[in-house]
Design a protein around this ligand. Structure first.
Ligand code: WTA
Length: 637
């Protein structure tokens, strides 16, 4: 497969960028022409950021699964689409060609239909990293059901919240999942979630670990039994549903600065064009390359760069079930050598954690197949960048530092591997179609270079979110109301003398812990659920491996003398309410929190204290009780 829209030189980048700004409709119409459409669009773009209303390729009919599967069959049906490396390196790996994957997706699409799933229905998927997860996602897309994948590390309560918000009547899960030396009882977590969700009609359960599960009559069915039924029907084909360009493709929940996670909605056509375009350009994908993205499919990175982007481009994508440090810290390198991986895409937190094991685990590994390295999810510090570049890429693989968000669908700012220059810890330049600008607190544009400000985007690109599920006003408030007529990213950013962008981190109350987004308010709400807790305030602090750690200041009345036990109880509560990924790293018991006279917690001060930066607390005279600051400083952990 060739990619007419692949940019292969710096000049071509400049030219494409210019065209994408001067005549965006013509530019994207040309890119879109290399996809399969059941009906062409009437209008390329219609938009305003006030409502907001954004529509790309309106009037077109398509199905993303057809673009990811059917269109590849005539030319490379026997090419591996998906390579699966199991958690245990001793287990058998699996390889599914495009033909295999197409067959299995059609088969499972029929399973979904047999179980009453219809176009527009919401389907929650809660599974480990197995090929059936990819099959389930693509089958939903094929019949036009809206998938909502929930990461396996979320608790029953978090799943219930998401099921309720999306009014999802269908769940796809598995008995359990393997992750390193752990076995996670997924179905049992689903059962706990469903106590609150009586509206769920069907749960389809894949066998993976054979951990005992309770199957409820009339509601729960085994994946394998349902497949057998389709086989007895003679495996009829399942033609891809004709979807409107702007029909929702999926919902993915992500944390914001306030309240509960919101369901970011992406639609069929724009998301497809954007993920494919960015995949091919950022990583400079070549037709025989093996692409290994280490993210979990439960996050946007997995959606866009394990599944949709690579498959739509006809690439070979590798799915890894396990973790980078099991059975040892050389696991990624073993996988790279075993399958001769060409593109490795991972998170700075993984790199930093592997750096901690020294160079030992790299010894004896060839890594000669690698051509491109990528990072995503959080700012990468220079030390980690250099380690990755020198010890993994042997100084011959460009590193792409890709900045983007759940809401953006795909990469917005990144160098293009080997095509545009890299600069350690810089995402560098915007992709064609992306018009970034920096603004000050008042929304005034900061022009010129060597400046910093809040990062906004002033023009829509095909992959931008369309709404937050069930609450469009929330979408407007969150992203489009801070600065009129701009999409606000929530990130701080600087632009160097060459116009290269460096993302410095969130400027709102969102934490980025090991590349996972967590809202401080969410963690506080969970901590406050514990009986002994009177009040709490959560901030982030610099953490060597995780990037940011979670620091909780807690007013606690239930202390029975053992502070450590109380800390464990609180941690356990957070784990129950949100999931283990939101557990505080540090809990400090305090008598009071620094509040303004109007009762607002001054997090600015708490952030400084958590960092140990006592000299720069700023003005504390406006506090209701300035003495609490002294007390908190003394008790810092
Ligand atoms: C952060 C992940 C610096 C940023 C794809 C953003 C980054 C948030 C980078 C989105 C990067 C992501 N450099 N920071 N290359 N990539 N971020 O929604 O703060 O899980 O707003 O999407 O991660 O996280 P999300």
């Amino acid at each position: 497969m060739s990619y007419p829209f692949q940019i292969t030189s710096r000049e071509a980048y400049d030219e494409a960028y210019k065209k994408s700004v001067q005549d965006p409709e013509a530019y994207w119409a040309e890119v879109a022409s290399s996809f399969v459409w059941q009906k062409k669009w009437d209008k390329v773009l219609d938009w305003n950021f006030m409502d907001p209303k954004i529509s790309w390729f309106e009037g077109a009919k398509l199905n993303i699964s057809e673009n990811c599967l059917d269109r590849h069959l005539p030319t490379h049906g026997d090419k591996p689409a998906l390579i699966w490396e199991p958690n245990d390196p001793e287990d058998h790996h699996r390889i599914l060609t495009y033909r295999d994957l197409h067959f299995k997706v059609e088969q499972f699409s029929n399973v979904l239909k047999n179980n009453g799933v219809k176009k527009g229905d919401r389907v929650c998927i809660y599974m480990g990293m197995v090929p059936e997860l990819a099959i389930a996602v693509l089958a939903c897309a094929r019949i036009g059901a809206i998938h909502s994948v929930v990461f396996g590390g979320f608790s029953a309560q978090s799943i219930a919240d998401r099921l309720i918000d999306a009014q999802a009547e269908f769940v796809i899960s598995s008995d359990g999942a393997y992750r390193g030396n752990k076995e996670i009882p997924l179905k049992s977590v689903i059962d706990d979630a469903l106590v609150q969700c009586r509206f769920v009609k069907k749960v389809i359960v894949l066998t993976r670990t054979r951990i005992p599960v309770s199957m409820i009559k009339g509601r729960d069915v085994w994946w394998e039994d349902e497949i057998k039924k389709v086989e007895t029907q003679g495996n009829p084909p399942c033609p891809a549903e004709a979807m409107d360009a702007e029909d929702p493709l999926f919902i993915l929940y992500t944390s914001g600065s306030t309240g509960k996670p919101k369901g970011v909605v992406h639609t069929c056509a724009g998301y497809m064009v954007w993920t494919t375009y960015t995949f091919v350009n950022v990583f400079q994908y070549q037709p025989d390359d093996i692409h290994f993205c280490t993210a979990d499919i439960g996050w946007i990175t997995g959606h866009s760069y394990i599944l949709y982007g690579p498959l739509s481009a006809g690439a070979t994508t590798l799915i890894f079930e396990g973790v980078p440090t099991w059975p040892d810290a050389g696991r990624f390198w073993d996988i790279v050598d075993k399958y001769r991986v060409n593109i490795l895409y991972t998170a700075p937190t993984a790199i930093r954690s592997l750096m901690g094991f020294g160079l030992g685990p790299l010894q004896g590994k060839h890594l000669t197949s690698l051509k491109v390295l990528g990072t995503v999810g959080e700012p990468i510090n220079e030390e980690a960048w250099h380690w990755y570049y020198e010890h993994v890429g042997k100084k011959k693989c460009p590193v792409v530092d890709t900045w983007w968000q759940t809401e953006t669908g795909g990469v917005l700012i990144s160098n293009l591997a080997g095509v545009t220059p890299a600069k350690p810890s810089y995402a560098t330049l915007p992709l064609p179609g992306i018009q970034p600008l920096l603004v000050d607190e008042n929304g005034k544009e900061i022009e010129g270079n060597n400046v910093s400000g809040n990062l906004c985007i002033k023009f829509p690109w095909p992959g931008i979110l369309r709404t937050t599920y069930g609450d469009h006003e929330r979408c407007r408030q969150n992203y489009f109301a801070t600065y009129p007529n701009l999409y606000f990213t929530g990130d701080g950013c600087l632009r160097d003398e060459n116009g290269f962008y460096r993302i410095t981190g969130r400027v709102d109350d969102v934490l980025n812990v090991s590349g996972h987004r967590i809202g401080t308010a969410e963690v506080e709400n969970a901590i406050n659920m514990h009986t002994g807790v009177v009040e709490s305030a959560v901030v982030g602090y610099t953490h060597d491996v995780k990037g940011q750690g979670i620091y909780a200041f807690v007013i606690y009345s239930g202390n029975h003398g053992d502070e450590n036990l109380s800390r464990q109880d609180i941690t356990q509560t957070v784990s129950r309410i949100i999931g283990p990924l939101a557990k505080p790293d540090k809990i400090q018991f305090v008598k009071g929190l620094p509040k303004t006279r109007s009762g607002k917690i001054m997090r600015r001060i708490l952030r400084k204290i958590a960092e140990g930066d006592f000299a720069n607390l700023g003005d504390t005279s406006t506090l209701l009780d300035p003495n609490v600051v002294e007390e908190i400083k003394e008790g810092k952990i």
